[in-house]
Design a protein around this ligand. Sequence first.
Ligand SMILES: [Zn+2]
Length: 71
Amino acid sequence: MIVVKDPVCGMVFVKEDAAGQTLYKGETYYFCAPSCKKSFDSDPQKYLAAFNDIQSSKGSNEINIREDEKE
Ligand SMILES: [Zn+2]
């Protein structure tokens, strides 16, 4: 029995119960509902950033995008 985690909502469930799956950059991600898969497919980076952040504690990357730096 393989337990997987939905990167969108964070739900943990048995792989066989997944409502959908997506292959992204060589990794397969499983979703609890079609709507979660849809959200992921529309913006994988966003969810993976949060997903990886949870898995590997806190590593502050370059999140600060300066828009007010106009000369
Ligand atoms: Zn979900």
